[in-house]
Design a protein around this ligand. Structure first.
Ligand SMILES: [Zn+2]
Length: 506
């Protein structure tokens, strides 16, 4: 997952929290926090598990932006290591190595006792972001040494996202040793290229599973934010945010091909001038602001836990109706739109990212191209966006072409459904009741978008099942000194152990 986007999103929500008081009004805004869940104790071989995770981070399964720079040996070795580390998993589950065109993703199938039940899927990714050489001296431990020091397991990928892969595998190995078998079929998918959008791994496996005729997943879980105190500003408590919907991704190329020529005799309009004007018109034609239903659900859960003075405002957003816009919702949108990060949560964004034309100072280029990246809200399909762009530009000389492996905005997982409840219950069984659990709207996104954008997997819940002590530890995500506490890793394993069991009762 893209941490920067996420943390800045969250920090900007502080803005909403400390905004001016709304018009007073009596509101019924009851807390939706699940009550009375008893904690469970699960005994984990944490010494062995730590050793295995420490070895796992030594495989440099890096996703570089240059996709030709791909270390196939690192992935092959990592797969062999996983196989030898979890023998029961590999004799009980079916493993396939998939991906298109390069097959380095893992798909495990654990057949349920009742394979007619809708299956569940756990997703995590093998790849990690590179370590920039100029940041190496800031690491207290070598990022690929798998050091276990001061109660932490250190290394690139240990937090994002190998602790989830190994948490899942440790839990499955324990369960099999106890003779347990799931009721519903469980899939584990470990992608190879999440950090570059998942075109070869997750997207392909979503296609494969869809092709196998799975009608509907009962539950899909993927990474997002870990549990962290104060992750939601205005709420100092420990908080578990569960992503329930993700924005889409579309990149369009705008191009003009007309006469070039010698710069000594220029025409009235140059290709560069025409395209530049088109880009300006497009930036002036922003998409309208909307409150996504996932954002309403986010405030339904968080609102009652936040500052009382602002609850009427949160309540208006939480219970607002589609197609209507009250004054308080307008006020909320005004607050959100004042900042570029929160603004991204309330509309389809337009970002001009590339502009190319010309090769020499005295030659008029015969062509000019620009690339515009959009992050769509639901309903803004590539067709809708292309239509919007053409209308905004109003110039037939410019062609518009979708050049991305585009994904639409995803469906929204049911924030009141059995999957969400099973997840919240499990979180409380492992981490206790002294924390807030709430759904949220993800503007960045992770590989599960490839599943959640399809009809067969609307109920995707995204959360990284590990506790961090503070927001400071969160900086290790894509940053330096990525590490997790050994004791917390034991809870991650317990979490997966418990949720596998709880999914039997969906
Ligand atoms: Zn990640």
């Amino acid at each position: 997952m893209k941490l920067k986007l996420f943390t800045s999103t969250i920090s900007m929500l502080a803005f909403a929290t400390f905004a001016t008081a709304p018009h007073a009004q009596d509101t019924q805004f009851p807390s939706l926090q699940m009550q009375g869940v008893e904690r469970v104790e699960i005994e984990v071989d944490i010494e062995g598990a730590t050793e295995r995770l420490s070895r796992a981070v030594r495989f440099p399964t890096i996703s570089n932006q240059d996709r030709d720079d791909f270390d196939t040996q690192a992935f092959d070795d990592y797969h062999a290591f996983i196989e030898e580390s979890y023998p029961l998993v590999h004799t009980t589950l079916t493993r396939e190595i998939l991906g298109d065109p390069r097959p380095y993703s893992l798909l495990y199938t654990w057949e349920g006792k009742n394979p007619d039940l809708p299956p569940a899927l756990f997703y995590a990714h093998q790849d990690a972001v590179p370590v920039p050489p100029d940041s190496l001296d800031q690491w207290e431990q070598d990022p690929f040494s798998g050091a276990v020091v001061d109660g932490y397991i250190w290394g690139r990928g240990v937090l994002d996202d190998k602790n989830q892969i190994h948490g899942i595998l440790e839990a499955a190995e324990m369960k099999i040793a106890e003779g347990w078998q799931p009721e519903r079929t469980l899939y584990f998918v470990f992608g190879q290229d999440e950090e570059v959008g998942g075109p070869e791994g997750a997207r392909y496996i979503a296609e494969v599973l869809e092709g196998r005729g799975i009608e509907r997943f009962a539950f899909v879980m993927d990474e997002s934010a870990p549990l962290v105190p104060g992750i939601f500003p205005g709420l100092p408590e420990n908080t578990a945010l569960i992503g329930i919907a993700q924005k889409g991704y579309v990149s369009l190329e705008l191009a003009i091909h007309a006469l070039g020529g010698h710069s000594s005799q220029p025409p009235a309009e140059s290709n560069i001038g025409i395209l530049a004007e088109a880009i300006t018109k497009l930036e002036d034609a922003q998409f309208p602001y909307r409150i996504h239903p996932a954002l309403r659900h986010q405030y339904r859960y968080l609102g009652p836990e936040l500052d009382e003075a602002l609850q009427p405002l949160y309540s208006a957003v939480a219970f607002g109706k589609e197609g209507e816009m009250t004054d308080q919702e307008k006020e909320f949108i005004k607050m959100m739109s004042a900042n570029l990060v929160t603004r991204a949560m309330i509309r389809t964004t337009i970002a001009v990212t590339m502009f190319n034309a010309g090769i020499k100072d005295n030659v008029l280029p015969p062509a000019a191209t620009a690339v515009v990246n959009f992050r769509p809200m639901p309903g803004d399909t590539p067709e809708v966006i292309i239509e919007h762009v053409k209308k905004a530009i109003g110039d037939d000389r410019i062609t518009v072409r979708d050049i991305s492996a585009s994904t639409p905005a995803t469906a929204m997982a049911d924030p009141e459904g059995p999957g969400y409840k099973a997840l919240e219950k499990t979180i409380r069984q492992i981490w206790g009741n002294d924390l807030v659990v709430a759904p949220f709207f993800v503007i960045g996104g992770s590989d599960s978008k490839h599943f959640q954008a399809r009809l067969f997997a609307p109920d995707v819940y995204t959360i990284t099942g590990i506790q961090l002590e503070s927001m400071k530890e969160f900086e290790g995500f894509h940053g330096v000194n990525e590490r997790i506490l050994v004791d917390e890793y034991a809870k991650t394993i317990a979490f997966f152990y418990q949720i596998m069991e709880n999914l039997d009762d969906l």
